[in-house]
Design a binder for this molecule. Structure first.
Ligand code: K7E
Ligand code: CUA
Length: 663
């Protein structure tokens, strides 16, 4: 990783000079022009108390999370915990959320999140859910845009490096998860050197319930053992298709930087998912054993339940003629992007001098005419000339990703030459270029991967910042840069730091989400088995060595707040219900010596943490969230006696047992 970065930065330096002599000279930063800087500031200024016009959901990369920003201000609102534990929110620590991180390998406390994608209706982002993939231990998550919480995580079996994921079809029929690494399918013990022809590449299609969003693995396609890097669904006419870039069509298993860069062209795999769906509906495919976790949040119960599943429906591409083709594409392509019309399929060959743009209508014709150049493992390879719309020559160095506006323009990031290039998709002409600081990966235009881009802003996400911010030791932040793309020229407006490594992002107009954002959980709907609806119901129950505290919290006390009769060796469950029914009145709770995190509990919600006291004494707990003028008074004690002591179990609030007489 370090080595690679080093090589990349050497490249950057070597090539920067190359580009700056060839490229337009007007690229001096707006900081030198007072007037320009002023207008940029106005464009990102959101007055105190006013709202941003857009949400941006930016992946956290190796943080495993998804962060929520406002555009154009670049203000950070929230980090949604998805694949990594988050003590700030108790996610992955509370008994209710731990099952969310369960996998066939056990509880995995960390993940690598890459590509958020917002659900769509009729090819437009609809603001219901965000999907995001975990790369390391292959998983796909679904996040509710009412609660901004992770509602579902499904593990992807037979996959490794879940990277060509998680993209949705035009009506969110499917979320796609493609494997980056070819692996034995199913996994087995075999010599690595026998990879070629024996490893496979799984492309997994997850169905999405149109009402509730619940996911399920519909089918898994056993493709040849290439590396499937990125993916994009078709749009409009091409909407029955899904496209995947591949690299390592050499099927090399060592020193990949050399051995996987031999072929002049790799492929974009075109998959007609409608045909596969039909085949499966007619009984096609074979059930194969596979172990994977399916974790779902149950809103009424306020908890996640993890289920282990044991088989998956596998489709051999050779059994579905007419559904699979390879489109030759230069060279080790990374990004795979389809324009809003659905006609142009852009492959970003990160090692090639030219970008390959394929034509969907040419592809259809070539398939009709069987204009093929042989096959790979039984999948026809379409002749390059027969499918290629054209190439964009020397647009920059190291193209990675492309997004689109609604006016026929594409915007591509160039990692090596550190710039965003705007080009006309039909004419294949470069219109504008703008440097970014530095080494840009993805970029995002709200709806820019859909039929209907909302194209005022573009966010470039950069891997390296070096001198852009105040130094913070050897590790400096990664960052995003906001552009105004409403005019002919891109205008850089703002830099803002990001959390973790921003790979991709998804953006949407705020109106599509704002009004339905949840404010509280209704107490009367709370079916958590340990919930209490009022203080009279609070109690402490001993079951052997387990002590269950049914606790409530309201401004500004806990009930009960004095507990005695707990012993060393007990496992104490704090089941805590926040009785508040007002917006923005969470309470927190933390217990000295607890080996979990604090809990931050929203109004109407019940959450549980465990505590195994190791020492006798009288131990305090307190509210961790400053909730009222009497927040500091929101506290209590648990008396812990020696193992085998006969101090009776007792729990009180204001010296009374809750629920008795005056309660
Ligand atoms: Cu989409 Cu970063 Cu996962 Cu390119 S990847 S940058
Ligand atoms: Cu409740 Cu502070």
């Amino acid at each position: 990783m370090k080595m690679k970065l080093f090589i990349k930065s050497v490249f950057t330096i070597a090539i920067a000079s190359l580009v700056s002599c060839g490229g337009p000279a007007e690229k001096k930063e707006s900081t030198s022009k007072g007037a320009l800087a002023g207008s940029a500031a106005e464009k990102v200024y959101v007055k105190p108390g006013e709202h941003d016009s857009h949400y941006a959901f930016i992946s956290g990369g190796f943080s495993g999370q998804l962060s929520v920003y406002g555009m154009p201000s670049g203000r950070l609102f929230r980090v949604i915990p998805v694949f990594s534990q988050d003590p700030e929110k108790g996610y992955g620590y509370s008994e209710e959320t731990k099952p969310m991180l369960n996998t066939s390998h056990g509880l995995i406390p960390w993940g690598d999140s890459h590509h958020p994608d917002i659900s769509q209706t009729n090819g437009s982002v609809d603001g219901r859910w965000v999907f995001i993939n975990e790369n390391n231990t292959p998983r796909i998550a679904r996040i509710s845009l009412e609660t901004f919480e992770t509602e579902e995580i499904i593990e992807i079996p037979n996959s490794a490096g879940n990277h060509s994921s998680s993209y949705v079809t035009e009506n969110s029929e499917y979320v796609v998860a493609g494997t980056r690494f070819a692996v034995p399918f199913p996994q087995r013990d075999m010599p690595i050197s026998e990879m070629k022809g024996n490893f496979k590449g799984a492309l997994t299609f997850l169905s999405v319930d149109p009402e509730k969003g619940d996911m399920d693995i519909a089918f898994q396609i056993k493709m040849p053992g290439f590396n499937y890097d990125k993916a994009h669904p078709g749009r409009n006419a091409s909407s029955d298709w899904f496209f995947f870039t591949t690299y390592n069509t050499e099927e090399a298993n060592t020193l990949m930087e050399v051995n996987a860069s031999q072929n002049d062209k790799d492929f974009i795999a075109a998959v007609n998912w409608k045909k596969v769906e039909e085949y499966v509906a007619n009984g096609g495919g074979k059930k194969e054993p596979a172990r994977y976790a399916h974790n779902k949040w149950h809103e009424e119960k306020h908890m996640a339940i993890s289920e282990m599943k044991d088989e998956v429906l596998v489709v051999d591409p050779r059994d579905v003629p007419g559904a699979f083709y390879f489109l030759p594409t230069a060279k080790s392509p990374h990004g795979c992007d389809v324009d809003p019309t659905g006609e142009y399929i852009v492959g970003s060959g990160k090692l090639a001098a030219a970008m390959t743009i394929h034509s969907y209508s040419k592809m259809v014709k070539a398939i009709e005419n069987k204009d093929f150049a042989g096959d790979a493992y039984g999948i026809p390879i379409i002749n390059f000339e027969a499918v290629n719309y054209g190439v964009l020559n020397q647009p920059g160095l190291g193209p990675l990703h492309t997004e689109f506006d609604s006016r026929g323009n594409a915007y591509t990031t160039f990692f090596i030459s550190s710039e965003v290039v705007k080009w006309n998709v039909k004419d294949l002409t470069v219109i504008d270029r703008h440097p970014v600081y530095y080494s840009v990966g993805h970029l995002m235009i709200p709806g820019g991967n859909s039929r209907t881009p909302d194209d005022k802003y573009l966010v470039a996400m950069n891997k390296i910042t070096k001198d852009r911010y105040l130094p913070t030791g050897p590790e400096v932040c990664q960052s995003a840069q906001l552009f105004d793309i409403s005019g002919d020229k891109m205008e850089l407006l703002l830099d803002f730091p990001t959390i973790g490594e921003p790979h991709y992002a998804a953006g949407i107009a705020a109106e599509k989400i704002k009004a339905k954002s949840k404010k509280i959980f209704r107490l009367e709907d709370n079916e958590h088995p340990y919930a209490v609806k009022n203080e009279a119901e609070t109690k402490v129950v001993r079951e052997g060595n387990n002590v269950h505290i049914y606790m409530s919290m309201i401004r500004s006390h806990f009930s009960p707040d004095n507990i005695e009769g707990v012993k060393v060796g007990d496992k104490v469950y704090f089941h805590v219900t926040n009785l508040e029914q007002d917006y923005d009145v969470p309470h927190g709770i933390a217990m000295i010596g607890a080996q979990t995190s604090e809990l931050l509990i929203m109004p109407g919600r019940t959450t549980t943490f465990t505590w195994e006291p190791k020492q006798v004494g009288v131990w305090p707990f307190y509210c961790t969230d400053f909730c009222s003028a009497l927040h500091q008074e929101m506290q209590g004690y648990v008396r812990v006696s020696a193992k085998g002591s006969n101090v009776p179990l007792k729990y009180t609030l204001d010296d009374e047992v809750p629920g008795e007489d005056d309660f």
